[in-house]
Design a binder for this molecule. Structure first.
Ligand code: 5AD
Ligand code: SF4
Length: 435
């Protein structure tokens, strides 16, 4: 019997890349490849990359450098680069790192098996097109294997917003939505295979227009699927948050009370220079409306400190906005210069200033997060259990608000959705008992 070939995939960046890596593994599964978590065992190594900040892109080159020894021991080993670095740098990757055999952009994953075949005689293969055909349809044949209780489902890709700091509109292209009937088919299939919670993904997921009633229309259709217990979505832009989607947070029980709604900064001057197309006040009013629909909504956000020409006063505006919102979770970054984006041309803030602002911002966010988490003690929450914890007899799941919750109880299995009374709040998670 011939041994199956082995594929090692390393995924960087956002959840959309996690979803894409699963789909690429399935596409290669059709060619007889099974996944391994050891690069030294692999016949093919694929890096699914992120280009959003400079550090993310540099990590890819240092990882590739580490495979030199493997490739010289086994010249048959194929090494591929996928994702946003592939899209942005194309052939340059093979020039900078000659051990790379193939480069494939995020819109061409369905062509991966063909590209692999083209490398069989030692040739290099590159595909960074934005093809007409629908990659999702070509990648449709997920094997009918059982799945864990949670899954990502990409419904929208690309971005037309052109925030002045961001490479996404260049690497992922224009906004495209998948038709609702195809998304619903995929969701039903996931549920049949054990999934109880689906997170809808898109770079601008609330700009989804594959359903005549937008993302809210899609969510209401998904909510009709028996067996699907929870729906989440990420990432959203404030300007695409329409009335129906706000209302859905109040009237759709399966839509979880947690919303990731990046604002990036709190000063109107900086928001304008970022080309965000909204003010701090508009963002705060929007959150008021969301909380009127769903008072216990936990907010999450993304923040950039040290955007070009950000003064101490501008930064204070961001701290004030954070103080007004009270975030349940957040992601914060130092501004990273991305060649080709408008902000890269502007006067830069010194690195030491960025470091200092990031520290102060994160201290405030951490205090808020901890306070909201601590406030869960004594409350009863829904928890979807996902996997065994580190302690014997313990299971770990996620609360409605996305906190990790540990419970020690007999007979719990992944996929159980139970009411849990929270008894303790630790640094990164909650502890509870079955209610
Ligand atoms: N520098 C720093 N952070 C960035 N982001 C996007 N581009 C940059 C950049 N050039 C952050 C934004 C975005 C998140 C995904 O990454 O906060 O919401
Ligand atoms: Fe980037 Fe702005 Fe588009 Fe988000 S909305 S992907 S930050 S350009």
């Amino acid at each position: 019997m011939t041994q199956p070939k082995k594929l090692f995939i390393k995924t960087y960046g956002c959840q959309m890349n996690v979803y894409d890596s699963e789909r690429m593994a399935e596409a290669m599964g059709g060619q007889g490849y099974v996944q391994t978590d050891r690069p030294e065992d692999a016949d093919m190594i694929l890096l699914n990359t992120c280009h959003i900040r400079e550090k993310a892109a540099e990590k890819v080159y240092s990882e590739l450098g580490r495979y030199k020894g493997l490739k010289s021991d086994r010249p048959d080993l194929k090494i591929g680069v996928a994702g946003c670095v592939a899209q942005a740098e194309g052939e340059e990757i093979m020039r900078r790192q000659p051990l790379v055999d193939l480069v494939v952009g995020p819109q061409s994953y369905h062509r991966l098996p063909d590209l692999m075949a083209r490398t069989s005689n030692g040739a290099k293969a590159l595909d960074t097109d934005f093809p007409e055909e629908d990659k999702f349809e070509h990648l449709k044949s997920r094997p009918k294997a059982k799945r864990g209780p949670t899954a990502f489902l990409t419904v929208q890709e690309g971005c037309d917003k052109f925030c002045a700091f961001c490479v996404v509109p260049y690497t992922r292209g224009a906004e495209v939505s998948r038709p609702a009937d195809r998304v619903l088919d995929e969701a039903r299939d996931l549920v049949e295979r054990g999934v109880r919670e689906i997170t809808l993904l898109g770079q601008n997921v609330n700009g989804y227009h594959g359903h005549e009633k937008g993302l809210a229309g899609l969510i209401r259709e998904l909510a009709k699927i028996d067996g699907l217990a929870r729906i989440r979505f990420t990432t959203s832009h404030p300007n695409d948050m329409d009335d129906d989607l706000i209302a859905a947070h109040g009237d759709c029980d399966k839509l979880m009370p947690y919303l990731h709604l990046p604002v990036q900064a709190g000063s109107d001057k900086i928001l304008k220079r970022m080309n965000r197309q909204h003010t701090a006040e508009q963002y705060l009013r929007l959150i008021e409306r969301l909380r009127a629909a769903r008072p216990d909504l936990h907010m999450s956000g993304d923040f950039i400190v040290g955007f070009p020409e950000e003064t101490e006063e501008d930064f204070q505006g961001t701290l004030d906005l954070i103080a007004a919102v009270e975030y349940g979770s957040a992601f914060s970054f130092k501004y990273s210069e991305r060649p080709g984006t408008p902000a890269a041309e502007r006067p830069q803030v010194p690195e030491a200033e960025k470091d200092d602002r990031l520290q102060r911002l994160q201290a405030l966010l951490t205090r808020q997060q901890r306070a909201l988490q601590d406030a869960m003690v004594g409350r009863e929450l829904g928890v979807l259990f996902e996997k065994p914890g580190r302690m014997p007899g313990q299971m770990v799941g996620k609360s409605d608000y996305l906190h990790a919750v540990h419970v020690a109880a007999e007979g719990l299995v992944p996929g159980d959705l139970r009411r849990v009374r929270i008894v303790e709040s630790g640094p990164n998670s909650l502890k509870g008992v079955l209610a």
